[in-house]
Design a protein around this ligand. Structure first.
Ligand SMILES: [Zn+2]
Length: 778
């Protein structure tokens, strides 16, 4: 075959060639396809090179018994807890670290100090309040830390962390017990202080709704990969928490409804007989939620405001945290969901302000989420899954606080409805990442937010095929990837240092996973590897390396280039289809060839003077001496010579039948040249549209860029003639400039607004996507 191309001279038909294929100045060979190697942690006996827990994997455990009392008169809480801490590590521990997250709002907190502030011509009161130093009595009061004989243990409080100096080092394999007495004032989370937990006050009926999270001193994580995780809590970077079992007694006003992590142990003592009956009914109802405390009943309690108290008892096993909610405003509904051979209770707690939306959707969305996520990871292992209406979104084991409240008249926009469904899917979904696949959120937001946002997208599309998902499809991340360079960071950036938090920690990793699934790995391999990661790290502490390694290990696909580009890099995708050259094989006889050459020469020789000369030079002059003219013109380069004939005949005789067939195949050769403008290498997905109206897509793996990361060319042989070519026709690669994806080039119009005079209302008519304005979860 090679002979054909070397012996035969091609007839070059250049249909389109953008001149000078620019010589790219960047250094090549660069590193885009080098293995991650030293960028990952060395594998060891705790974590293997395949991304699985090693044969000596260990993790700590912390069990809790907690008694807590809520004071609804002054919105404060006091608690006592006994912690049993198991040292499963191979290391003796002289001290333990405990997280005091409430101290984020204490007077000595760094949170307001390290928040940048500026004065703007127009400022909201809330913005101003956040600048003024607040003097509220918030943060923990730690009354005592004692050993089991009642002796004080020395502690050192370092803002949001507390070091407990053990009387004797805690040796490997041993456990220790201690108690902590504490209290704090609950803050108004609807005020400028904000935050995940706190209370909301409803002035119309004078009642409070408490969402209690980060409420008890929690053990920090001690691990093989980080030692003690005691990076301070300053508000954004979430939590690293130790698994354990919980027994919690919660004392609240007698008419409050309490929802919490775990299973209620004493329903007979805290529920009315009617409620108990409905609760038993809900346990057997799989098709729709059963309302256990109705809106009418809740509204009656709102007015009566009981003065006596009740204690609710909850037990939870193998959870990394415990959260609860309490209010006399709560309506409560529940239904059973069959999951992995057992029943899970999907439930919702919401005030009347959440209706009619909450009654209709919340518990059904909880049930849907459990099913959708379980199918892609592992069967939801907990006995309950709860959604609470709390105007914002935040996740805890088995319980989450969610957004989505209709207007006061009970009407709501699509933005509110879909915002609510999305946030519930998202927060319930967090049960899987990071509540069970327990990554360190303080270090890596993407490990839970990115994975969870990806799963949320899939669950949304399963809820409704036309669901208006905000994040997931590749093209939706392009505007972020096209940001100015100083606003972009790798996904592998610590949570506290991320500039554009939503796009970087949620949308980009979710999109990257979706691209892996749809384009790079394919659904079958991706789904298998993803499930493998979830199963390997269920109820354990994974690191980014464990994820990267498992996805390769289980799929057999080298993804180092992908992790480099999408997770360790900040470059965007912009691949340009720079030029297309069209060639045909030359199978003409010498006579045909000479005739074509003459035609071409005649055409080429013609110039403007010949045009003018037609009328300016008299015929008498031109025809003056035909004999002389013919003498000089006797040489004709377009005559077929005997040598031409011989060369042609020899060549044809040298071809075997297969080679002859190829020569006469009439194939079109399209030589495509691509330029990597954005920097992030991706596969070439090329759609050839033929003149007969049909089309075909060719997929070239990203590795085509491995020898030259800036420009590559590739030849495609086609029987049909191509009318035009489109790069990435299904918008799979997040290409930030699609105008250079077409051959011939297509003009993609940009719109600009016209406004009249200096007083025009700029932007007033701009189409604003209401989904973008919806407050979403964390
Ligand atoms: Zn989240």
């Amino acid at each position: 075959m090679k002979k054909l191309f070397t012996l035969t001279s091609f007839l070059l038909i250049i249909i389109s060639a953008i001149p000078s294929f620019a010589q790219w100045s960047e250094q090549n060979h660069a590193e885009r396809f080098e293995q991650l190697g030293p960028m990952l942690r060395s594998p060891n006996v705790y974590r293997t090179a395949s991304g699985a827990p090693g044969h000596m994997y260990w993790q700590q455990k912390a069990d809790h018994e907690i008694e807590v009392e809520l004071n609804d008169d002054n919105q404060s809480i006091k608690g006592w807890q006994k912690v049993t801490y198991y040292n499963n590590s191979p290391d003796p521990l002289k001290y333990l670290w405990i997280q005091l997250d409430q101290n984020e709002r204490a007077k000595d907190s760094n949170t307001p100090k390290i928040a940048e502030s500026t004065i703007n011509p127009r400022m909201s009161l809330r913005q101003l309040e956040s600048i003024l130093w607040h003097d509220l009595d918030l943060g923990y009061k730690i009354h005592s830390v004692k050993d089991m004989s009642g002796k004080d243990i020395s502690v050192t409080i370092v803002q949001t962390m507390m070091r407990v100096d053990l009387p004797q080092p805690l040796m490997p394999g041993q456990s220790t017990e201690f108690t902590v007495d504490w209290s704090f004032n609950i803050h108004d989370r609807m005020s400028f202080i904000g935050g995940r937990p706190g209370y909301e006050f409803f002035p119309k009926d004078g009642n409070y709704l408490y969402t209690m999270a980060e409420w008890f001193p929690r053990m920090a994580v001690y691990s093989d990969f980080e030692g003690w995780q005691h990076k301070q809590f300053v508000g954004r970077g979430e939590f690293a928490l130790t698994f354990g079992d919980y027994k919690v007694k919660i004392t609240v006003p007698a008419d409050h409804m309490v929802g919490a992590t775990g299973v209620l142990q004493n329903p007979n003592e805290v529920l009315s007989s009617t409620e108990l009956q409905r609760w038993e009914q809900a346990k057997k109802t799989y098709d729709k939620p059963v309302i256990i405390r109705t809106q009418v009943e809740a509204e009656r309690l709102e007015k009566q405001k009981a003065r006596d108290k009740k204690t609710w008892v909850f037990h939870a096993e193998n959870v990394r945290d415990f959260a609860w909610t309490s209010s006399r405003k709560f309506i409560w509904d529940a239904m059973a969901v069959k999951q992995g051979g057992k029943d899970v209770m999907a439930m919702s707690y919401y005030a009347k302000e959440g209706n009619p939306l909450w009654e209709q959707y919340s518990t059904r969305v909880v049930a849907h989420t459990i099913k959708s996520y379980s199918a892609r990871t592992f069967d939801y292992p907990y006995p309950v899954a709860i959604s609470v209406e709390a105007t914002n979104g935040m996740e805890y084991p088995m319980i989450c606080f969610n957004y989505g409240r209709p207007d006061e008249d009970g009407t709501y926009s699509d933005a509110i409805k879909y915002g609510m469904i999305s946030v519930i899917i998202h927060e319930v979904g967090h049960n899987f990442f990071p509540m069970i696949v327990n990554s360190d959120e303080r270090q890596w937001s993407w490990m839970d937010e990115g994975l969870n946002t990806f799963m949320q997208y899939l669950a949304e599309q399963e809820w409704d095929r036309n669901y208006p998902s905000r994040r997931g499809p590749a093209h939706k991340i392009a505007p972020y990837m096209a940001s100015e360079k100083h606003l972009l960071e790798p996904i592998m950036t610590n949570s506290e240092n991320i500039i554009q938090f939503g796009p970087n920690a949620y949308a980009k990793p979710a999109t990257a996973l979706n691209i892996l699934r749809e384009t790079i790995m394919g659904r079958e391999l991706f789904d298998y590897a993803y499930k493998e990661y979830a199963e390997r790290w269920m109820f354990k502490h994974p690191t980014p390396d464990d994820f990267f390694r498992t996805m390769e290990d289980a799929s057999g696909i080298d993804l180092d280039w992908f992790w480099r580009g999408w997770f360790f890099g900040a470059e965007p995708v912009d691949i340009s289809l720079e030029a297309v050259n069209w060639y045909k094989l030359d199978n003409r006889t010498p006579a045909q060839k000479k005739a074509d050459e003459k035609k071409a020469a005649d055409k080429e020789a013609y110039h403007i003077s010949m045009d003018y000369n037609k009328k300016d030079i008299p015929q008498s002059v031109v025809e003056a001496d035909p004999a002389t003219r013919d003498f000089y013109n006797s040489y004709n380069p377009f005559t077929v010579t005997p040598e031409d004939e011989k060369a042609y005949n020899d060549f044809m005789a040298s071809l075997n039948p297969k080679e002859k067939e190829l020569l006469n195949s009439g194939l079109n050769f399209y030589e495509l040249k691509f330029r990597n403008v954005g920097g992030l290498v991706m596969p070439l997905i090329i759609q050839f549209n033929y003149t007969d109206g049909t089309s075909e897509v060719e997929r070239i793996p990203a590795e085509i860029w491995r020898l030259n990361e800036w420009e590559v060319s590739k030849v495609f042989a086609k029987k049909k003639e191509v009318s035009n070519i489109v790069l990435d026709p299904l918008r799979e690669t997040a290409d930030i400039d699609e105008s250079n994806n077409y051959w011939p080039r297509q003009f993609v119009p940009s719109r600009f607004e016209l406004f009249k005079g200096a007083g025009g209302v700029r932007g007033a008519a701009r189409g604003d996507n209401p989904m973008k304005r919806a407050r979403t979860g964390r």
